[in-house]
Write a protein that binds this ligand. Structure first.
Ligand SMILES: *[C@@H]1O[C@H](CO)[C@@H](O)[C@H](O)[C@H]1NC(C)=O
Ligand SMILES: *[C@@H]1O[C@H](CO)[C@@H](O)[C@H](O)[C@H]1NC(C)=O
Ligand SMILES: *[C@@H]1O[C@H](CO)[C@@H](O)[C@H](O)[C@H]1NC(C)=O
Ligand SMILES: *[C@@H]1O[C@H](CO)[C@@H](O)[C@H](O)[C@H]1NC(C)=O
Ligand SMILES: *[C@@H]1O[C@H](CO)[C@@H](O)[C@H](O)[C@H]1NC(C)=O
Length: 454
C-alpha cells in the first residue's frame, strides 16, 4: 500500500444567499455596525455545480485529497506559528490552494458585476481578487476584474486609516496604498487596496450588494497561474478581513465534508451569525483562531491526559487552533496516543488492522456497519463546552473496505513544531460553529445545517 496520505479537495464552494440584508451605509464603520445578515450557501468543490467537478472522481479520490491536503495545511500552520515569533512583522499567511482549500464562494464584484470564484479561508485574512492590469495572474474561470470598467471602484488613498493595516503596505507614486501579502509557501499577492461593491446571489435568484468593501486589487499572484482560483476571501481576523468589515461575527455549518451533494453547507457573515449552544473562550493570534482544549473522553471515560499539553504558551508555540482548512484533527503526541490507545482497546479485538502509514490508526471494515455502537468521543473545551464527535466525525472511510481515525499526531506533519494541535473540519461537521471575535467567544451547537435556512 502506498504510504502517502490521500486527500481532500473536498473543496466546497459557495453561492451566496442573503436572507435579510439591511443595506449598510457606505462607510466602513457604519457597515460594521449594521445588522447585515448574509447567508452564503456553501457548495462542495466536487459538486456538479462546481467548475472543479470531475465526473471520474469517486469518494476514494476525494478522501485521498482531503488527507493529503490536511497534512499540507497543518504543516503550513506549523510554519506560520514558528515564524511569527522571531519576526512579528513578517506577516506571512497561508495561501489556500486548489489542493488545500475547502470552500469557495461565487461572488460578483463591481458595477457591472463580474463573477469571481473565490476561496473561503480561515488561514489568511485578506480579501483579494485579481485585477487588470495583471502582471502575473492566475488562470480564471471567468474574466479578470477591470477596475476601469467599474463605476463603483475607488482605490484607497494613502491617507486612509486602512492603509496602515495593509500587509507590508506602502504608498506608491500615484497615492495608492500598495500591499504585498506574502505567504508561507508560494508567491505573494501584490496590488493596491481599493473599495468595491460585492454582490451576493440570493437563494431566491435575487441579489444583494454590499458597497465599499475594502479588498486587495491584486496585480500579481503568480502562485495561482496553474490553478483556477479567482481570489481569496480571508476570514482569519485582521483589520482588513471580510469578517472584520462585516461586523466581526460569523458562523458556518458544514453537514458533510465528503458528500459533494450535500446542499445545506453555509457560511453566515455579519451580525446575523447564529451564536448559540456551548460557548468557550476564543483567542485570535496572528489572525488564527485558538481554543482551550482541556481533555478528551471516549464514551463516559475521561482519558488520562495532562491538560497542560494543549495550553497555549507563546514561547512554546503551542495551543489548539480551530481551522476550516484541514479535514483531520491533529493532536500533540500525548493526546493523540491516549485517544489512539483507547480506540485500539475498543476495536482491536473485533476488527483487523489496515496499514495505511506509520502513524494512522486504520481498520478493515466500514464505518457504517462496523462501528455501530461505538461510543462518542468528546473534546472538552474550556468553560464546559463539549464538542462531541460521532463515528462519522472521528473516522474517515479511506477505501471502500477500510477506514482510519481522522485524528493524527502533530509530529507526523512536515514541520518540527510538535506542540501545536488543530481541530479540523470533520470534527466540526454537523455543528454550527460561530465566532464572536470581539466577545472572544466561540459558540457551537450540534444541528442539522438545513435548519439554519430561515
Ligand atoms: C476510484 O477511482 C480510482 C481511480 O481513480 C480507483 O483506483 C478506485 O478503485 C476507485 N474507487 C472506488 C470506490 O470506486
Ligand atoms: C457564479 O455566478 C455567476 C453569476 O453571478 C455565474 O455566471 C457563474 O456561472 C457562477 N459560477 C459558478 C461556478 O457557479
Ligand atoms: C456578536 O454576537 C454577540 C452574541 O450574539 C453579540 O452580543 C455581539 O453584539 C455581536 N457583535 C457585533 C459586533 O455585533
Ligand atoms: C451525487 O449526485 C449525483 C447525481 O445526482 C450522483 O451520480 C452521485 O452518485 C452522488 N454522489 C454521492 C457521493 O452521493
Ligand atoms: C525546526 O526547524 C527549523 C528549520 O526547519 C530549525 O531552524 C529549528 O532549529 C528546528 N527546531 C527544532 C527544535 O528542531
Amino acid at each position: 500500500m502506498e504510504p502517502t496520505l490521500a486527500s481532500a479537495q473536498y473543496f466546497l464552494f459557495l453561492t451566496f444567499t442573503i436572507l435579510s440584508l439591511t443595506r449598510p451605509s457606505p462607510t466602513f464603520q457604519a457597515m460594521a455596525l449594521t445588522s447585515t445578515r448574509l447567508v452564503i450557501k456553501v457548495v462542495h468543490r466536487d459538486s456538479i455545480h462546481s467548475p472543479y467537478y470531475n465526473k471520474n472522481d469517486n469518494v476514494t479520490n476525494r478522501v485521498e485529497r482531503a488527507m493529503k491536503s490536511s497534512i499540507l495545511r497543518f504543516t503550513y500552520l506549523q510554519r506560520k506559528v514558528r515564524r511569527s515569533l522571531p519576526d512579528p512583522d513578517f506577516q506571512a499567511d497561508i495561501l489556500p490552494s486548489v489542493d488545500g482549500s475547502m470552500f469557495f464562494m461565487n461572488i460578483s464584484i463591481g458595477q457591472p458585476p463580474v463573477p469571481q470564484f473565490t476561496v473561503m479561508d480561515t488561514g489568511s485574512s485578506l480579501l483579494w481578487i485579481p485585477c487588470l492590469p495583471c502582471k502575473r495572474c492566475s488562470k480564471q474561470f471567468g474574466p479578470i476584474f477591470d477596475p476601469e470598467k467599474s463605476s463603483t471602484y475607488a482605490y484607497l488613498p494613502c491617507n486612509s486609516q486602512f492603509c496602515h493595516y495593509a500587509p507590508r503596505g506602502r504608498c506608491n507614486l500615484l497615492n495608492q496604498c500598495e500591499y504585498n501579502q506574502i505567504y508561507i509557501h508560494g508567491d505573494p499577492s501584490v496590488g493596491i487596496l481599493a473599495r468595491e461593491q460585492l454582490i451576493f446571489k440570493t437563494s431566491d435568484e435575487g441579489s444583494a450588494a454590499i458597497p465599499d468593501v475594502i479588498f486587495g486589487c491584486s496585480q500579481e499572484n503568480g502562485n495561482f497561474k496553474d490553478h483556477q482560483i479567482s481570489g481569496v476571501i480571508g476570514l482569519g481576523f485582521k483589520k482588513l478581513s471580510l469578517a472584520a468589515q462585516l461586523g466581526s461575527n460569523f458562523s458556518y455549518c458544514i453537514g458533510s465534508v465528503f458528500d459533494p451533494n450535500y446542499s445545506h453547507n453555509k457560511l453566515i457573515l455579519g451580525n446575523g451569525a447564529v451564536l448559540q449552544g456551548d460557548s468557550t473562550p476564543l483567542e485570535v493570534i496572528d489572525g488564527q483562531y485558538y481554543v482551550t482544549l482541556e481533555g478528551i473522553s471516549v464514551g463516559e471515560k475521561r482519558l488520562i491526559i495532562d491538560s497542560s499539553i494543549f495550553k497555549r504558551k507563546t514561547w512554546k508555540k503551542s495551543g489548539v487552533i480551530i481551522d476550516s482548512g484541514s479535514a483531520t484533527t491533529w493532536l500533540v503526541q500525548q493526546g493523540f496516543e491516549a485517544l489512539r490507545n483507547e480506540v485500539q482497546i475498543l476495536l482491536d479485538m473485533w476488527l483487523t488492522r489496515f496499514w495505511y502509514n506509520a502513524w494512522a490508526l486504520c481498520y478493515m471494515g466500514t464505518i457504517k456497519q462496523d462501528l455501530v455502537g461505538f461510543p462518542a468521543v468528546t473534546f472538552h473545551l474550556a468553560r464546559g463546552a463539549d464538542l462531541v464527535l460521532d463515528t462519522e466525525s472521528l473516522f474517515v472511510q479511506i477505501q471502500p473496505y477500510a477506514f482510519c481515525m481522522a485524528v493524527l499526531p502533530s509530529y507526523a506533519a512536515g514541520d518540527n513544531i510538535t506542540t501545536l494541535s488543530l481541530i479540523g473540519m470533520l470534527a466540526q461537521q454537523n455543528y454550527n460553529i460561530a465566532y464572536d471575535i470581539y466577545g472572544k467567544t466561540l459558540s457551537f451547537q450540534r444541528i442539522d445545517c438545513e435548519l439554519l435556512d430561515d
